[in-house]
Design a binder for this molecule. Structure first.
Ligand code: UD1
Length: 402
């Protein structure tokens, strides 16, 4: 059973502060990144209740516009509070994003979007500082379809009077989910899921009851894990149309994939064909699934060429996979992976969230025991990952880092 979307929840929860009454949000994944968001919301003055994946956010007590570095610096998505607090208080100070070190992660497009709507925004001493006497809707032209800049532009636009058009917007399922949540709060958001999002801002927003979309990346990770183990697995609670780029690649590799309603059936005999993959924004092949798929390609028949167009440092985990016997070479943004007959267990280190998941997938395929350190990354983004893999028959134990 797939959990609620991490990247959707991380955008929706800060947005809930914009309502004048509590929101009840269901299917919120119980992961460390969500706990950080809760800590930030409570610091700002919100009342939050979180149990059984249902979160109630009461924003009425919010009276601060500057979450501290100790909280906000822990994760990339904390900068989603900046446009929210800017809309509420006309100013916001948010320490700059931390998060996974997967390459250069500038925020120039977020700043550009805020400035287009009349704000002054700059980074000073590691803090994103924004101010606006008045936010006024305008055209925002993003230089690339950045997820973060699209979220921040949407969250600024709902507080701006008049119409904002975000051009070259990201189209990921979590963008559509944020748009649906904002609409259920009373906002007018049209076109999410296409290149142009049109928002009529300045409306009065209220709390909403909402259910977070299933996690696209967790679904994909489980599909790849199922293929890796040569299993016959049905993944439930998924949205198969979000998985088309991955399903197509798995079919090309010789994995059986079919779907019906919210179920995806994956069956493999562990005899994989090599394929070429290039990461792209949705509906292209997601960069977040590049590492898990690359892990699978290390045992495919033949040579695969994987091109990473979004985050340049996302091949570092291949060095860890080499310790397990994988054969790969990286030339700038391209990895050439030649399949080997078998991987062997080793001591390896997760360097980021999806790298961690990929090492687990490699460990499932390897002979012998693999010990993975840095699993804190996995806990940030996957709910009950070890438990779900055990239900697929994996022998996996989470031992504390200490
Ligand atoms: C989000 C996801 C992350 C996913 C990524 C791409 C969240 C919390 N994280 O990250 O899991 O891997 O989308 O799908 O949702 N860029 C700029 N300037 C900017 C913003 C981005 O140059 O102002 C570049 C980045 O360097 C990168 C590309 O645009 O090369 C895409 O980044 P972006 O979509 O913004 O990723 P995140 O929002 O950080």
């Amino acid at each position: 059973m797939v959990s609620g979307g991490k990247n959707a929840a991380l955008a929706i929860l800060p947005a809930a502060l914009l309502g004048d009454s509590p929101s009840v949000i269901e299917n919120v994944p119980d992961i460390d990144d969500v706990h950080i968001i809760v800590d930030i919301m409570e610091y700002l003055g919100a009342k939050v209740d979180f149990a059984d994946n249902i979160m109630t956010v009461d924003p009425l007590g919010v009276d601060k516009f500057n979450p501290p570095y100790e909280l906000a610096g822990k994760m990339r998505a904390s900068y989603y509070f900046a446009p929210v607090l800017l809309g509420m208080f006309k100013r916001a100070q948010v320490p700059l994003p931390g998060g996974c070190d997967i390459g250069n992660r500038p925020i120039d497009q977020t700043i550009k979007g805020m400035e287009a709507l009349g704000a002054r925004a700059e980074t000073l001493g590691g803090v994103l500082e924004c101010e606006a006497e008045e936010l006024i809707g305008a055209d925002i032209f993003l230089e690339m379809p950045s997820v973060g800049a699209t979220v921040n532009s949407m969250l600024t636009a709902v507080s701006a009077s008049g119409t904002t058009c975000i051009h070259n917007a990201a189209k990921e399922p979590h963008i559509v989910d944020l748009a649906n949540f904002l609409s259920s709060m009373g906002a007018s958001v049209k076109g999410a899921g296409t290149d142009v999002i049109r928002i009529r801002g300045g409306r009065h927003l209220h709390g909403a009851n909402y259910t977070v979309v299933p996690d696209q990346i967790e679904t994909g990770t489980l599909m790849i894990a199922a293929a890796a183990t040569g299993g016959d697995v049905v993944i439930t609670g998924a949205i198969p149309t979000h998985m088309e780029a991955l399903s197509a690649k798995l079919l090309e590799m010789g994995v059986h994939v079919s779907s019906e309603d919210d179920r995806i059936h994956v069956r493999s005999n562990r005899n994989f064909r090599a394929v070429n993959v290039k990461t792209q924004g949705y509906p292209g092949f997601p960069t977040d699934l590049q590492q898990p798929l690359s892990a699978l390609l290390t045992v495919a028949n033949g040579t695969s060429i994987v091109t990473e167009t979004i985050f340049e440092s996302r091949f570092r985990f291949l060095e860890e996979l080499r310790k397990m016997g994988a054969n790969s070479r990286v030339i700038e943004t391209t990895a050439i992976i030649t399949g080997v007959e078998r991987l062997v267990g080793a001591r390896v280190n997760a360097t980021d969230l999806r790298a961690g998941a990929s090492l687990v997938i490699a460990a499932l395929m390897a002979e012998g025991v693999t010990e993975i350190s840095g699993v804190g990354y996995i806990m940030r983004g996957y709910e009950r990952f070890d438990e779900k893999l055990r239900s697929l028959g994996a022998s996996i134990q989470h031992i504390s880092e200490e």
